[in-house]
Structure formats: C-alpha cells, structure tokens
Write a protein that binds this ligand. Structure first.
Ligand code: RM4
Ligand code: MN
Ligand code: MN
Length: 396
C-alpha cells in the first residue's frame, strides 16, 4: 500500500473507538429460548472482565455500555462497585441505558402509557439513570422505548406523542451540561402495529423538543429492509443531530448479527458519509460508536473481537475514498468515476496497514488469534460452567 494510503488508515484508526455492550457477553437468545454458553458472563464483574479482554487485544474499546436494570440493580448504590470493576479490568463505564421495557407495569408503554403513575415511574427511572451516569462520569444516556400498540385504534397516537415530549423535556432538565440524551427509534417489535418512536424523523422531532443536549441514535438494525441508512446519517449530520450508533447487522428484522456480516458495503457507506462530512466542514463529528449485538450462537468474546476488527476495516476503507476526486466527478455528473471512487476504496485491502498500526501500538497483529492463544476462554469456561448450567434455558 502507498504510504499516503497507509497514513490515512493510521489516522482513521487513531480516531476510531467503539463501545462494547455489557449485555453482549451474557447469555441471550430469541423469544423462543436461550442457548446457554458455559463461558458466558453471569455477573456484571464478568462482563467487565470480558470487555477488558477485548480492549486489551484490540486497544480500541475503552468503554462498556451498561444497562441499568441488568448491571446496576441497586441503582446508584452499585456505582462504587462499577468503579472498582472499571479500575480492575481496564475498561470504563460508557453509555448508561435505562430499562423502560422490562417491568410488568410497562405492558402498555412507559413514557406513552395512558396511566400517569406509570409515566411518572418511567421518568423517575430515566432521571435515576442520568444520576447514575453522572456518578460514573458517563456522558451518554441512550433511550430506547418499546412503547407502541399491537392493534389499530387501541392507542391515541397524538396524545402519546405529547406525553413523550413532556417526559423527554422533564428528563432533559436533569442532564448535566456535558451529558447527552440519545433518542433511539425502531419501526417494529415488540409492538407490531405502531411504535411511538418509529423512525429517525420522529426521533429528530422529539430530540428537538426535548432540548439542546438531545440527539438521535441510529441503531442499524432498526430500519425497514430497503431503507437507505447512509442518507439518514447524512441528513442527521447536516442537522447536527447525529449523536451515535448502535451497530449490528441484519437480514430480516432486528437480528443483532455481527456488524458487516451481511452487508459490509452498507456500513462502509455510513462511514463514508461521516468522513465526507468531516472533510467538507473541517469539523470532527461528535458521534458515539457503540455495538448493540447479542450473539446467540457464536462465542461471545470471539464475536465481539470479530466485530471490532470489522468495524476498524470498514472505517479505514471509508477513509480511503478520494474525496477530491469524488467531489469533482459528482459536480461533472461523471457517474461511473464518482461511483468508482467509493468502489475502489471499498476494494482496498486495508488489513496489512491495520496490522502495522497494531504493531506500532504494541497490540497483537491478529487479536482473534491472540485471544485463542491466551487461555482466557478455557479459564472462564471452567470458572463459569457450573453457574451457567443453572441458568434458565427458556423464556417460557
Ligand atoms: C433494543 C434496543 C436497545 C437495547 C436493547 C437491549 O432492541 O436496540 O438499544 O438497549 O435492545
Ligand atoms: Mn439499540
Ligand atoms: Mn435493537
């Protein structure tokens, strides 16, 4: 690879960090049941330990996203313990995710529930989560709502929208100046007729209504199959409203598969829009890159290393687009050459340059191989097998 290209790859990798989800290391499944892995993390401490391994080997995952109900069951009282895990395992707490979907009272919604007491409960939990985030020096509070309805006529859509505005404004007032609220959207599931925040436009309107520290979170699995996600990204960037990503890949629905496993060109195109925005504006896009995946069949740590490696490759490839050429050819409507600017970058093998970068950082060239050699998996399998064998094997 020419040195100008490998310089670009190096610069891209220097700028790229990606957050791991604590829940990606635990036993998860589908609504039909869970497949138990003997090595899966059974406690928050084990999740930190596993995330720490991925960071140790890749060097680009310094933070781990936490889900309040699953990782901080005692709320803010668990914060000191989290600090200890962070120090011990070398990964800091990242985004703090309130859980507004699992309690029984959320059967008919959280912020959009017709029952005022439930709405208040949901808002309180969100404020508590903001307080936890403050204690943990976490900046971002992603909000994903399962709210919606299953049958036409059963929910007052406009009324619920208004309740969302009120709830989000109330929560926004509790943010510290440096904190952000990231509003996630999803068009279907668990609600199958209407979802209260179904798409990026709804999330954008609600974020604007909530206040200046609210931005939109794009979860790549939360779109209809043919949707042009990079266009959404470009629009959110131009509106200064793109707060972050939850990366995962999908073929049919919100499949939570490994990033880039089905359609790596889609992720490349998203990264290209970001690089192009930064190049044109001279401004660094302030975006939180996060993984939101659940690996039901693959080994969890291996799948996470694979994800991070793929993310680096696609981010680096996108940095190789010849933007001068692209802009000129776009201007002249030279379609074939403009398209080729993307295709040439995508076709470039950036793996050798990434390996060089890793070596320059004292990191293993091949993090997956290094993980397999490390003995970590064998150790945790022994330590956790008994605990995991007691785990529930079904949701029924
Ligand atoms: C949802 C959504 C949220 C995540 C939960 C676990 O589908 O993507 O971001 O917090 O799953
Ligand atoms: Mn998500
Ligand atoms: Mn999801």
């Amino acid at each position: 690879m020419q040195s100008s290209k490998s310089d670009k790859v190096f610069a891209a990798l220097e700028a790229f960090r990606i957050e791991l989800p604590s829940w990606g290391f635990a036993n998860t499944g589908t609504r039909f049941g869970k497949f138990i892995q003997a090595a899966a993390a059974t406690t928050t401490e084990e999740k930190f330990s596993d995330a720490g391994q991925v960071h140790l080997l890749t060097g680009v995952c310094p933070t781990v996203a936490l889900h309040v109900l699953w990782d901080l069951p005692e709320g803010v009282h668990t914060a000191d313990q989290i600090h200890r895990f962070a120090n011990h395992y070398g990964v800091a707490p990242g985004s703090i995710n309130p859980n507004l979907f699992q309690d029984q009272e959320y059967k008919y919604g959280s912020f959009g529930n017709p029952d005022e007491a439930v709405r208040e409960h949901a808002i309180r939990h969100t404020k508590d989560s903001i307080a936890i985030a403050r204690r943990l020096n976490s900046r971002d509070i992603p909000l994903w709502f399962a709210d919606g309805s299953n049958y036409p006529g059963t929910a007052n859509i406009r009324q619920r929208k208004q309740w969302f505005v009120v709830g989000l404004q109330e929560a926004h007032r509790h943010l510290s100046p440096e904190q952000r609220m990231l509003i996630e959207y999803k068009p279907f599931e668990p609600a199958f007729y209407h979802t209260d925040i179904a798409d990026w436009g709804m999330a954008l309107l609600l974020a604007r209504a909530a206040g200046p520290q609210a931005k939109v979170l794009v979860d790549t699995g939360h779109h209809y199959a043919a949707q042009n996600i990079e266009q959404i990204v470009a629009w959110l960037l131009s509106e200064d409203m793109l707060g972050g990503f939850h990366f995962n890949d999908r073929r049919y629905a919100d499949d939570d598969l490994t990033m880039g496993s089905i359609d790596p060109y889609q992720v490349f195109r998203i990264f290209h829009e970001i690089h192009m925005y930064e190049w044109e504006t001279g401004r660094r896009a302030d975006i939180a890159y996060m993984v939101d995946q659940s690996h039901n069949l693959k080994g969890k740590i291996e799948a996470m290393i694979q994800t991070v490696t793929m993310a680096q490759q696609l981010f680096a490839k996108a940095a190789l687009v010849d933007l001068e050429k692209l802009v000129t050819t776009q201007h002249k409507c030279n379609l074939v050459d403009a398209e080729s600017a993307l295709q040439d970058a995508f076709a470039t093998d950036v793996r050798p340059a990434i390996q060089e970068w890793r070596t320059s950082k004292g990191l293993p060239k091949d993090p997956l191989e290094a993980f397999r050699q490390s003995g970590y998996l064998e150790r945790i399998t022994k330590e956790r097998a008994a605990k995991n064998s007691q785990n529930v094997s079904s949701y029924a």
